[in-house]
Design a protein. Structure first.
Length: 266
């Protein structure tokens, strides 16, 4: 099982430890692309601060993120699972997972990134600010930039089991499974169901969408569930108490779309 996650805008900084060692990151086939993005991002942020803020979409209150990016090569690196924070990662709670579940997380989780392409939760990275929606002056839109490198690396990384895609649209643009891997891919949408004047109304949630996805992944890890296909995922989630609606695609080389329906959002 390979679980594709978005990163978080908020990232933990500080701590102690050695700086980034790019050669130590997982998926070495992305090394060249990572080096190019890192070089341009550091150069951009070490130069004109106003231009850097404009490119990165940062407000005046986030100007410190520019300086942080400028010092990425020397900044303290920590496991990505500790760097990424936010709603999904709070709900996932990597630090509090039992040992067996933690080992499964380290093997299964892959976090997409505008800067690194994709990393394992054990990969040591510094805190940074660079979303997949950024358009760098030389490399262009990062979502498009990463498609080539990802297409050559991710099919092999996906193995031969389930690909559970929980990414937001910006990060999903960097790699869309095709062919055989697509047939064992499942995307998840969280819907909030509530009764209004006796009629069920459903809506897509945002903030709570992330929390539900984090809890969903945690529950699978703690249960030791390793579904090999979207159909097995549906069964595993229902066994865990989730209300899941799914329909197999008409063609075998198409991803499944799953709706997780919740009546309470928290």
């Amino acid at each position: 099982m390979l679980v594709l996650l978005p990163p978080s805008e908020g990232k933990a900084a500080g701590g102690s430890g050695a700086p980034l060692k790019p050669e130590s990151l997982s998926l070495p086939g992305l090394a060249g692309a990572r080096a190019a993005v890192l070089e341009e991002l550091v150069e951009l942020c070490a130069g004109d601060e106003l231009k850097a803020r404009e490119v990165l979409g940062l407000s005046e209150g986030l100007r410190g993120e520019v300086a942080k990016n400028a010092g990425l090569r020397d900044a303290v690196a920590r496991p990505a699972g500790e760097v990424y924070t936010g709603v999904l990662y709070d709900a996932l709670g990597l630090a509090s997972l039992p040992a067996a579940a933690r080992a499964l997380a380290e093997e299964s989780l892959l976090v997409f990134s505008g800067l690194w392409g994709a990393v394992r939760v054990t990969d040591r990275i510094p805190s940074y600010r660079c979303s997949m929606g950024v358009k760098l002056p030389a490399l262009g839109a990062l979502g498009a930039y990463w498609r080539g490198p990802m297409a050559s690396v991710l099919p092999e990384a996906s193995g031969d089991g389930l690909v559970l895609d929980l990414r937001s649209s910006a990060y999903a643009s960097a790699w869309k499974p095709k062919g055989e891997p697509a047939g064992r891919t499942a995307t998840v949408r969280v819907l909030h169901s509530q009764m209004v004047d006796g009629v069920e109304k459903r809506s897509v949630v945002s903030h709570f969408n992330k929390a539900t996805k984090g809890r969903l992944v945690r529950d699978l890890l703690v249960a030791g569930a390793v579904p090999a296909s979207p159909a097995e995922l549906v069964t595993a989630l229902r066994d865990l108490g989730y209300a899941v609606e799914a329909e197999a695609p008409a063609k075998p080389a198409k991803a499944w779309s799953l709706d997780v329906v919740v009546t309470q959002i928290h």
